[in-house]
Design a protein around this ligand. Sequence first.
Ligand code: SF4
Length: 480
Amino acid sequence: MPKKKILFLHPLGENWIPGEQNVVQVINIMAPLGLLSLAAWLDQHGHETKVHDCYAFPGRDDSIYAYLKEECPDFVGISTTTSSFLDGVRLAKAAKEILPSVQVVFGGVHVSALRDQLLRDYPVIDYGVVGEGEETLRELVESDGAGLRSIEGLIFREKGEVVFNGMRTRLLDMDTLPFPAYEKLQGFPDSYLLPIFSYPKAPSTTVITSRGCPYTCSYCDRSVFGRSYRYNSPEYMVRYLTYLQENFNIKHVNIYDDTFTLKRQRMIDFCELKIKSGLKMTFNCAARTEQLDQEMLKLLKRSGCWMISLGIETGDPELLKRHRSYLPNAELEHPLENIRQMVKLIKREGIRVKGLFMLGLPGETEESIKKSAEYILALPLDDMNISKLTPFPGAPMYADIREHGEFEETWGLMNAANFTFIPKGFTREQLERLHSEIYRRYFARPKTLLNYVTMIWKSPDSWRRFWKDLPTFLSFTRKK
Ligand code: SF4
C-alpha cells in the first residue's frame, strides 16, 4: 500500500462576538482531539500526517501554504464546527489554488449534520466524512479513488451526483485506537490552555475516553457519534493518562466525555485502578447528578477528581422538563432539587463544582430567566458559565426552531457566544441585557470574589494567566 501524505487543518473560524476581542482565545485553547486521533490512526497504518491548528496559531496560514508547496500532500483533511466551517472552505480554496491535485476532505460535526447538502453547495469539498472518521478516512486514503461506494460514512461525487453511503455500521473498539497524536501540535502542551481557574496545576490537557450519548436533549448535536455509547476500558484510561504524564509532564486532565458518569462500574474501576497505579494526576469530569452518590464522590475525590461540571441548563423546572432528556425509568420528580442537593454533596466531599447553563431556549420567558438567575445565585457553585442557546443543525430542536422565535442562521456566529435565536416575546437587546445581568450579579457577590481569591493557592497558574491578560479580561467585563 503506497504511503499517502495528509495535511490536517483545524480552522480558526469566528469563535466570538463580532467586533470584540476574542476572550475565549485567552481563556481556553483546547487540543483538536478529533484530528489528533485521525492523525495517530493514519500514522499507525503507515501514512504520513501533519497537523496545523489555526485556532491555536491564528495568522500563520503562510506555513500551511509553504507545506502544500514543499510537501505536496495527497489530501487535506479539515475538521470544522458550524462556526468554523466557512473558514475551512476558505482554507480549502487556498489549498486547491496552490496545489490543484490535492483532494479535500471535510469532517466534524457540521458535515455530520448537513451531509450531502454541503458537497452540493461547496464544490471545493471533494469528500465528506460523516460520523466516526478513523476507518472511513483510512479506507478513502487507501482507495486510490476505486470502490468508493463501499466506504461507509463517506460522501463523494459520482457522475456529477453527490452520493452518501450511509452511516458506518462497523465501529471501532475504542481500545484499539492509538493515543491522539498530541506531539504533532506545535508547542504542546504549553500552547494549549484549559479554561482559566479550572485546573490546579499546569501543564494540563484534555482527553476523551468515550463516544456517543444515549440521551436526546433538545439543544445537543449528537450527529458525529450518535446515541450508541462506546468507551475505553479503565485499563486503557490509566495507560493513556500515564502516557501523558511520562511524555509531556501533564499534571492535570480535563476528561471531556459527554457522559463520563453513565457507566457506574467503569467509573469505579477507573478510579480504583488509578489509585492503585500511584499516578499523581488530577482530573475534571462532567456528570449528570442522578448518576452520582456519596460513595462515588468519595472515590472520585480519592482518585484525584478536582472539579465536576454539571450541565444544569436552566433554573426553570418546566423548561428543563421540555428540553433535557432522561433515560426511561430514570426521570426525576424534582430534578432541580436533586441538582441542588448534589452540588452540596460534591462540595462536602472536597470537589469543586462548575454549573453550565444556557439562556434563550424555545419557551424562555422573562419569568423563566428570573428563576434561572435566582437558582444560579442560590447554588454554592465554584464556577459557572451561561452560554447563549445556539440551534445547531444536528440538534433535535433545529427541525422546528423557527416556530418558536426568530433564527438567524449565520454559521459564523453560531458559537454559543451570540444569540442567533431569539425566542418569541424577546428582543436581542433584552436577552443580552438579562444575560449580562446574571453575570454581574454573580460576580458582584463577595463570596464569588473570595472564591477566586482562594485560587491564588489552589490554581496559581490561572492567576499568572489572569494577570498576564488583565487588559483583555477588563475590557470583557466592562462590556458585561
Ligand atoms: S446534553 Fe449531555 S446528556 Fe444531553 S444529549 Fe448532549 S451529551 Fe447527552
